[in-house]
Design a protein around this ligand. Structure first.
Ligand SMILES: NC(=O)c1ccc[n+]([C@@H]2O[C@H](COP(=O)([O-])OP(=O)(O)OC[C@H]3O[C@@H](n4cnc5c(N)ncnc54)[C@H](O)[C@@H]3O)[C@@H](O)[C@H]2O)c1
Length: 369
């Protein structure tokens, strides 16, 4: 079984293919989309060792001239030097305007190779082949690409849509469990912002999800991509409604930054940020407290942290003020009205932000087991 969704962006519309054992069919899908005759596969060293050969063989089997370049696994590769390395590899491989870059890996590779594709020869085709759950449900779809600077994350980048996304769910079997659970945080987010039915399904099928049930994973990845594709269709460049994808991210980003990137995975920080946003939502939009409790139970069951971490509140507040999503000097939160419905751009007084933070730390009710 595979599923196919289209991101409806007029002339730049593209398909997302999701299902088990799709990687060996990468070449056939590229041929179908008339992707040009030369490709460069960009991957990290973990993923390349596992899947680089299969991807290359598949592309070659349909007559594509293919080269491979790898960067070290991990966030530090989303930076200047690896980017230059990719440009050199692209030149060495003779990539032309009609050629393609294939981003094979997690969100780091997707963002880095995506930015290389956006800028090499002023833009060549990009094929996203996400192999982490986070990349499948989030970063490979939507067109945000970029690299970090020492001063901060994602400070250089471009909106650049891929020509195709191909997510082989069988690759998730080798993903480390902690990374898998971190990806599930973004799936929970889609439930909260847009689909109470997805939230119910996650609650009802937690053990099966954690056991990597193929059909179930395909369903939840498909639904997640559908939600993201709809949001991107309505607001490609984050001028408005796309902000809802940031539910839990305002505090989540601050937690990542203040804890020094590395203590928490992105999805783990977002899990804590979602609990915080839900508590704020109770106060501001009468979001039912019982639904915050459901959110906490679900995140805990998915092995995600839900207790506010032991970090300095002034430092977190400062990080939130500097977050690029702030508007007019106030921090803009995404808050939930009910499961499946949210509002964005909610400016809240700092006294309330502090009070809810303190309450969550003090009661201990959201503490992970
Ligand atoms: N562009 C966007 O819209 C967007 C959205 C969210 C996050 N991001 C970015 O995504 C990045 C995080 O992505 P990530 O969580 O995928 O991290 P990642 O790319 O670092 O991958 C996590 C780890 O898993 C390994 N891995 C990936 N797939 C594997 C597989 N199938 N089997 C074994 N190991 C595998 C990688 O080698 C790496 O060690 C961050 O840089 C973040 O800023 C971008």
């Amino acid at each position: 079984m595979t599923c196919k969704r289209i991101v409806e962006l007029g002339a730049r519309a593209y398909p997302i293919h999701i299902g088990p054992d799709l990687l060996p069919k990468l070449g056939a899908h590229c041929a179908e989309e008339k992707m040009g005759s030369k490709t460069l596969i960009v991957s990290d060293d973990h993923v390349d060792a596992l899947y680089g050969g299969v991807a290359e063989e598949s592309l070659r089997s349909v007559g594509l001239v293919t080269a491979r370049v790898t960067v070290p696994a991990g966030e530090p590769s989303k930076s200047h030097d690896p980017l230059i390395r990719i440009y050199h590899a692209a030149l060495d491989a003779g990539l032309e305007r009609s050629s393609s870059i294939v981003a094979l890996g997690g969100g780091v590779v997707g963002d880095l190779a995506g930015f290389a594709a956006a800028t090499y020869l002023r833009g060549i085709r990009l094929i996203q082949v996400p192999t982490s759950l986070l990349a499948m449900v989030d970063s490979a779809v939507g067109g945000k690409t970029g690299i970090n600077l020492p001063q901060g994350k994602n400070l250089i980048g471009a909106f650049y849509q891929p020509s195709m996304v191909l997510a082989d769910t069988a690759t998730l079997r080798t993903l480390p469990p902690r990374e898998f659970c971190a990806g599930l945080a973004e799936v929970v987010k889609y439930g909260v912002i847009a689909d109470a039915g997805l939230f119910d399904a996650l609650e009802g099928k937690t053990p099966e999800i954690l056991m990597n049930d193929d059909a179930l994973l395909e369903d939840i990845i498909c639904r997640s991509c559908e939600i993201k594709a709809d949001v991107v269709r309505d607001d490609e460049r984050e001028g408005g409604v796309r902000a809802i994808l940031n539910f839990g991210h305002t505090l989540g980003h601050a937690i990542e930054q203040v804890s020094g990137y590395g203590r928490y995975l992105h999805g783990e920080a977002i899990a804590m940020g979602m609990v915080y946003a839900a508590r704020l939502s109770e106060r501001e939009l009468a979001f039912p407290a019982k639904d915050t409790e459901r959110l906490i139970r679900l995140l805990k069951a998915l092995r995600l942290p839900v207790t506010m971490p032991d970090l300095s509140w002034p430092a977190l507040m400062e990080a939130m003020r500097h977050d690029k999503k702030k508007t007019g000097g106030t921090v803009g939160f995404v808050l939930a009205q009910s499961l499946g419905a949210v509002r964005f751009g909610c400016a809240l007084p700092e006294t309330l932000l502090n009070e809810v933070w303190e309450q969550n730390r003090d009661t201990g009710e959201s503490r992970a087991p």
